[in-house]
Write a protein that binds this ligand. Structure first.
Ligand SMILES: [Zn+2]
Length: 649
């Protein structure tokens, strides 16, 4: 190799890159952790510009030499005996040493390469001297890279989002795996360092490592980019949205449009909507945070983190949502609103799209409103006959307050809709006050509260009372004012349904007291409190009875406060039907405390939670823990699941 000082400056700096990262450790090229990261980024940018016109020329000898030379100095096993330092010959020597190729075959291929150019490996494969898999294995060995078999492990959708399909097709690379900042990229030609440098430049901020794939692997992986159309593109911008300004449409809109039509973007949006519906979420949020994006779901009113995605994935998500809602892809500095319809399984949902420019990019909120389908019933949710029967008797009363309680994700809103569905059949005037409206139900008058414009639950409630309702559902009692109006209405001929955040049914009473609600209002207004959790029944396709571990049985005894706990559990070992989780769809389990005269007296006497609980269980209330334990005893679920439900708060 010539002394660096004798080279033109571009060449010197390019060698610096290769010497410090590519050649020193071909399997892990980093543009972030290296001490001279900024310098390398400069060089890469320069290099990309230099190579822009020569991107189709593969295996330029000078390029190959600069990659392979340091390896030769580090005594790679086969180059010692190589008569020709040329890369093609080196590859050939490895194949010959391994007994995969004869000297004559190599000479034939080399002469063909001299005549028509091209990669030596490709020529060997075309002549059927070796197959693609053998070539990939030897190249992986030669360049100290991993051999990746796409047939065995397809690229993840998240990984595919890191590079555009057109570039991958042209450069013969494809992202295979992505986790946090690490991206594993497959290449058909590890000798082509210019492609590697372009990839590193495109993935600035990521740690890029390399794997060798065959041409067949590449074709198969690229197929995953092809667009599909699971979600109908029938979106419309909302009438209230600002008018489009044609002059702000940027030149790359077509590029964005192409990108967000790619399968990974389509799949990301579809999968997020499916997950959100499965989890009973009302909103999907995606917002930039530093160099990545946080995706969160709003479940029972609370935001829960579910996923961290890269910024390219975030931008694709935003672009896809805009495309579906008919919004302006190029306009990124103004808020935009729109909507589209999506079908996930048997559910049809209206998706309201809101995009807001924020620091670091754009923030996205997708609000999901179920459009049709039957309201759930108590049995369909999994409620036991006893609990469902008690709930029905409470709902059949002309007035009173029924509280539904439980932590976030306990499925309260589904049970609420089931309760309202029962009332709907009696042609009552039903008004709901929700935040947000999770489901459009014909027959309900549904009010969306808007705290920002000053219309809270209490204000909405007062307006509703002037609307002559029979039944009022208020999504959440979170302040004294709402609690007071709800209990007053419940004693004035209205049936009021509301949710609260408490761990069990009894805890709602001290909670109302702590809010400042007068004891007599609790005693006279409150009819019943229902508390709920969701548990997972074991998969019926792969479930089998097995003994419960001694350690778990001890924990169960502690949880239930009794010695006689089951010795066996029904446990799913995992099968395709349950996606190898061992569990089926979540079901509800609940406890209900109906206030009778004695309970009212206890409340008047300021009895504490323990005294109330003792009275409730003494008069037949089956506690949440016992209800869950019953599912274990009945051979429906596992001890671990009972522990999870019993300790959830
Ligand atoms: Zn199963």
């Amino acid at each position: 190799m010539s002394p660096a000082g004798a080279q033109p400056s571009t060449q010197v700096r390019r060698d610096t890159v290769q010497g410090s990262s590519l050649a020193a450790k071909p399997g892990a090229v980093s543009s972030r952790n290296s001490q001279s990261g900024a310098e390398i980024a400069d060089v890469i940018a320069e290099h990309v510009a230099v190579n822009a016109d020569s991107r189709h020329s593969r295996a330029v000898p000078e390029e190959c030499m600069s990659v392979i030379d340091p390896g030769a100095e580090n005594a790679q096993p086969f180059d010692q005996g190589a008569q020709d330092p040329d890369l093609a010959s080196l590859l050939g020597q490895i194949l010959i040493t391994r007994g995969m190729l004869s000297e004559q075959q190599l000479q034939f291929a080399l002469s063909e390469q001299r005549e028509r150019g091209g990669r030596i490996g490709q020529i060997l494969v075309e002549n059927r001297f070796i197959d693609g898999g053998q070539l990939a294995e030897v190249l992986a060995y030669q360049f100290d890279m991993m051999r990746f078999d796409v047939g065995m492990e397809p690229p993840s959708p998240e990984a595919l989002l890191h590079l555009p399909a057109d570039f991958c097709r042209e450069a013969g690379v494809v992202p295979l795996r992505a986790e946090e900042q690490d991206v594993l990229v497959g290449t058909c030609d590890p000798t082509d360092s210019s492609v590697q440098q372009r990839v590193v430049a495109m993935l600035t901020g990521h740690n890029v490592s390399w794997a060798v794939i065959t041409d067949a692997d590449l074709t198969q992986a690229l197929r995953l980019y092809d667009a599909d159309t699971a979600i109908g593109e029938s979106g419309m911008p909302d009438s209230g949205a600002p008018a489009r300004a044609q002059q702000t449409v940027v030149a790359d809109t077509e590029d964005i449009r192409r990108q967000v039509s790619l399968k990974p973007a389509v799949r990301l949006v579809n999968e997020l909507i499916e997950v959100a519906l499965r989890e009973g979420a009302s909103d999907i949020h995606a917002e930039p945070e530093f160099d990545h994006s946080l995706v969160r779901l709003r479940i029972d009113g609370e935001l829960r983190h579910i996923l961290r995605i890269s910024m390219p994935a975030h931008n694709m998500l935003i672009g896809r949502a805009k495309l579906l809602a008919g919004l302006d892809l190029g306009r990124r500095a103004e808020p935009q609103d729109g909507h589209f319809s999506a079908v996930a399984g048997e559910k049809q949902v209206a998706v309201r799209v809101s995009v807001l420019p924020v620091v670091g990019g754009e923030s996205l909120v997708l609000r999901l409103v179920a459009e049709d389908g039957e309201l759930p019933s108590f049995p369909s949710l999994g409620l036991s006959d006893d609990v469902a029967h008690t709930l029905r008797t409470v709902l059949d009363r002309p007035q009173g307050l029924l509280l539904l309680t439980g932590p976030t994700g306990a499925g309260k809103s589904q049970t609420m809709y089931a309760a309202l569905g029962r009332l709907l059949r009696r042609s009552l005037n039903i008004v709901t006050i929700e935040d947000p409206v999770e489901r459009n139900v014909p027959g309900f008058k549904q009010i969306q509260i808007d705290e920002r414009s000053g219309i809270g639950f209490a204000d909405a409630f007062r307006s509703v009372l002037r609307h002559d309702p029979d039944v009022i559902m208020v999504a959440e009692v979170r302040d004294l004012e709402t609690a007071r109006i709800a209990t007053q209405a419940a004693t004035n001929g209205h049936l009021v349904l509301a949710t609260m955040h408490t761990n069990d049914a009894i805890a709602a009473i001290p909670r109302l007291r702590a809010m400042g609600l007068e004891t007599y209002m609790i005693a006279t207004g409150l009819t019943a409190v229902y508390a709920q959790r969701l548990y997972r029944p074991s998969c019926t396709h792969c479930g089998e009875m097995r003994p419960i571990e001694a350690r778990l049985r001890e924990m169960l005894k502690g949880l239930l406060g009794r010695e006689d706990v089951p010795e066996q559990e029904f446990h799913g070992i995992g099968c395709p039907q349950c996606a190898f989780t061992g569990y089926g769809d979540r079901r509800a389990v609940g406890e209900i405390f109906v206030l009778d005269e004695n309970a009212q007296r206890l409340i008047y006497e300021d009895a504490d939670a323990d005294a109330l609980r003792e009275y409730a269980t003494g008069t037949g209330m089956v506690s949440l823990r016992e209800a869950a334990a019953q599912k274990l005893a009945e051979g429906v679920t596992t001890a671990v699941e009972v522990m999870r439900v019993g300790t959830a708060s």
